[in-house]
Each structure stands twice: as C-alpha cells, then as structure tokens.
Design a protein around this ligand. Structure first.
Ligand SMILES: CC(C)(COP(=O)(O)OP(=O)(O)OC[C@H]1O[C@@H](n2cnc3c(N)ncnc32)[C@H](O)[C@@H]1OP(=O)(O)O)[C@@H](O)C(=O)NCCC(=O)NCCS
Length: 164
C-alpha cells in the first residue's frame, strides 16, 4: 500500500466489492453485469484504487493482453472523483498499477514491455492525455469515430514502452 497526502493507494480486492460496485452504479446495465465483468479483475489484483477516509475516490483497471510472453498490458479504465483531481492521485494510480503489472509479468517468468490504452481525441479527454503524456505514453495511431466502441469521437491509441 502507498500513502500519499492522506490517500491510500492499493489493489481493490473482492472484500472491497460493496464500495467498488457502488462507484459503478449507473455505468453498467445492472450490478450483475458489473460483477460479471469485474470478477476476474478483482480476483487477480488488476484494479488499483485510491481511498480517502475509507471512500473510494479513484480507480485504475488494467489487464494483461493474453499471455505474459507478449509483454503487453492494457489500461482499460482510469478515473478520479472531481473534487480530488489535480492533486497527483491519477499519477499515483498509474505508478501503482505499473508496479502491479511488472510483478504479474515477473511472476509468470516474463517482463512487461509495453502498456497500451485508448482515450478520446477531444477536449473532454485533454486532461487524461496530458497525464498519459507526462507518464511517457505516446500516440501510435488514431481510431476513427464509430469503428470500435468509440461511437462519439476519434480515439488515440497510446503506448508506453518500458526500458529494457
Ligand atoms: C484523467 C484523470 C484521471 C486525472 O486524474 P488527476 O488525479 O487529476 O491527475 P493528476 O493530478 O495526477 O495529474 C497529473 C497531470 O495530469 C495533467 N493534468 C491534470 N489535470 C489537468 C488539467 N485540469 N488540465 C491540464 N492538465 C492536467 C497535468 O500534467 C498533471 O500534472 P501537474 O499537476 O504536475 O501539472 C481525471 O482528470 C479524471 O478522472 N478525468 C475524467 C475521467 C477520464 O477522462 N479518464 C480517462 C479516460 S481514458
């Protein structure tokens, strides 16, 4: 666990399921869908969470992209509640998740080489893009609107290459 300005950053576990699923109320069609989707992430420690006064204030979810021998992981979700933004918590969640990813790849005899993510190309995502770029992610390509699940805007594919 990492403590930072009164905020604890640690893996979200199945024991945290009540506060975790509360935060996703309204995002999925039902609690059952959210549970079905998140079960393996929580079981495997693929969710990093930020807590303040026992309240979940930020989350980063990642997943290995198939076998560890490929060396590629993907960040699939990152958010910090509005009142707690711009205090460095998003950056700390990325740092924590990168450490968990490295340990996971090591555990199965491989090494994390790249981390990918998709994010919107519009103004709405400019903060997220600034954060990713500050952390060393680079744009690889643009995904045109409405070609994957990006119904409303173009997306960028970002990749972070880890030094070998
Ligand atoms: C993106 C998000 C997670 C960042 O969380 P955060 O805790 O505010 O991030 P940090 O405080 O660690 O910010 C780190 C860096 O991001 C950039 N940044 C953060 N807020 C910014 C803002 N309002 N404007 C411009 N740059 C900003 C800066 O480079 C900042 O570093 P600095 O404060 O040293 O200048 C948060 O804004 C969020 O939840 N946004 C809505 C959800 C979202 O867009 N998620 C990403 C989807 S892919």
């Amino acid at each position: 666990m990492v403590s930072y300005l009164g905020v604890q950053i640690r893996c979200v576990t199945p024991q945290d399921k009540d506060s975790f699923f509360e935060a996703y109320k309204g995002v999925y069609s039902s609690k059952e869908e959210a549970k079905a989707f998140y079960r393996r992430f929580l079981d495997n420690g693929w969710v990093s969470g930020a807590w303040k006064d026992h309240k979940l204030i930020g989350v980063l979810t990642w997943t290995p992209r198939e076998c560890v021998k490929n060396g590629l992981a993907e960040i699939i979700d990152l958010w910090v509640i509005k009142e707690e933004r711009r205090k460095g918590i998003g950056g700390k969640l990325i740092d924590h998740a990168l450490e968990q990813m490295k340990q996971y790849y090591q555990r199965f005899g491989s090494k994390l080489q790249r981390v990918m993510l998709f994010t919107g190309a519009t103004e709405e995502y400019s903060t997220a893009r600034a954060l990713y770029e500050k952390k060393g992610f680079h744009i690889i390509t643009t995904i045109p609107q409405d070609t994957l699940d990006n119904l409303y805007c173009n997306e960028y594919l970002y990749v972070l290459r880890l030094s070998t």
